[in-house]
Design a protein around this ligand. Structure first.
Ligand code: FMN
Length: 178
């Protein structure tokens, strides 16, 4: 099985989740290309059986580099005739979308648009989004410290913690079995 893990992380939380996914996939005996999105990144999304895509949440959306990547690659696939109306399904191709989020104001509701935004790229390509993972991630910048202690999710200092990451690893195992 060919697996891709495409992610963006500004303060390191999503990177920890991404590393957990990579390790779990490799332990199951599959190859995985782990790629941090960047300005000039070109990725052949149609050559993978399973794609994980994730980002931290910033103003309800993925981080800017992920938004820019999705915008650019969407246009590439439109021009190439790979994104067409009705988005016919590509058999056997699956995507799992994940985010880390702080949810200080409205909880998980402020992370949902980010995950839906990322997922639509794959849905448009006919790649089924089989799951969405929302992992809590503390606010690192000092000026947002109160968001990590008195926000809607309570005290999220130290998240994602070992328990969060173990849960991610277990979900990877479960989903790749399917
Ligand atoms: C400037 C800034 C804006 C943020 N905006 C949101 C937001 O709109 N919704 C949310 O749930 N979390 C928000 N967060 C929290 C981050 O999504 C969370 O800490 C995440 O784990 C960061 O991921 P990263 O370290 O991989 O970039 C924000 C954090 C910062 C620093």
């Amino acid at each position: 099985m060919k697996v891709l893990n495409l992610y963006h992380s500004t303060t390191g939380n999503t990177a920890r989740v991404a590393e957990t996914i990579n390790k779990a996939v490799r332990e199951l005996g599959h190859e995985i290309d782990a790629v941090k999105v960047s300005k000039d990144l070109e990725a052949d999304l149609l050559s993978y059986d399973v794609i994980f895509a994730g980002s931290g949440v910033y103003q309800w959306l993925p981080g800017k580099p992920m938004i820019e990547f999705i915008t650019r690659i969407r246009k590439h696939y439109v021009d190439a005739g790979e994104i067409i109306p009705c988005a016919p399904r590509r058999k056997g191709r699956k995507a799992i979308i994940y985010c880390t989020y702080g949810g200080a104001h409205t909880g998980v509701n402020e992370a949902i648009p980010a995950v839906k935004f990322m997922g639509q790229l794959f849905d448009h390509l006919g790649i089924e989004v089989v799951d969405e993972w929302y992992v809590v991630g503390e606010y690192h910048p000092e000026k947002y410290r109160a968001f990590s202690t008195t926000g809607r999710l309570g005290d999220i200092t130290g998240r994602p913690n070992e328990h969060d990451l173990r849960e991610v690893a277990e979900k990877v195992t479960g989903i790749l079995r399917v």
